[in-house]
Design a protein around this ligand. Structure first.
Ligand code: ZN
Ligand code: ZN
Length: 220
């Protein structure tokens, strides 16, 4: 091994050891709704970019962003939110729909959003009132609350399947947990934990914290 390679490897090792990769990446289990990709290094600060789609109003998006920041201050105290930006609305075009043209494919929306991440610490959160779907639980087109790829800081969340809209922020926090922190679903299947798997039957009311198992991986 030449000298330069050794220096580069050493630098990478130090970089990854500084925060969450050492805490999270090696211990993250594969979750059925996300591809098994190598998580990226994240750092304990973020800039939140909220992207409302179609007729999800700017006021509503502002309100969701305030609730999310409040929840992060409460439940992820070690994470510094440097900026929150609500972006101008974008249309949801027909090419983002499933073959039957009944729902929007969440993965297509995530692909669209990927280019919006401009700097380390950016997290993009798409918001829609329309029904979104993905291939999961053995179904080609399963309606979901939200989708994110672990540690990719890219999430899309829909109000469509949330009965009590005042609880919607919990779905946003859950996806933020997947997308930014790299948390898998709650290993304890604890109904009071934000990371519990909705399994098609969301019950958001009992959710009030990250259980001890999940909290081990979030910035304190
Ligand atoms: Zn948990
Ligand atoms: Zn989930």
């Amino acid at each position: 091994m030449n000298k330069h390679l050794i220096i580069i490897l050493f630098t990478l090792l130090i970089g990854c050891a500084t925060w969450s990769c050492s805490n999270n990446a090696k211990r993250i289990k594969h979750v059925e709704m996300v591809p098994n990709e190598e998580p990226e290094c994240t750092s304990p600060h973020c800039r939140i970019l909220i992207q409302p789609y179609a007729d999800f109003s700017q006021d509503k998006a502002e309100n969701v962003s305030k609730q999310l920041v409040h929840a992060l201050n409460e439940h992820m105290k070690g994470l510094a939110v440097t900026e929150v930006k609500v972006l101008p609305n974008k249309p949801l075009t027909k090419d983002l729909m499933n073959d039957a043209k009944t729902r929007y494919r969440a993965s297509k929306i995530l692909d669209l959003q990927q280019g919006m991440i401009k700097q380390p610490g950016d997290v993009v959160i798409g918001l829609t009132d329309k029904d979104i779907s993905t291939s999961v639980h053995g179904y080609e087109d399963w309606g979901i609350l939200g989708l994110s790829y672990l540690n990719k800081s890219n999430c899309v969340i829909s109000t469509f399947r949330v009965k009590d809209k005042s609880q919607f922020w919990k779905v946003v926090l859950h996806e933020f947990g997947h997308g930014f922190v790299g948390l898998p679903h709650c290993p304890n299947n604890d109904s009071s934990c934000f990371m519990v798997d909705a399994n098609g039957k969301p019950n958001l009311t009992p959710q009030r914290h990250f259980c001890d198992s999940c909290a081990r991986y979030i910035p304190k």
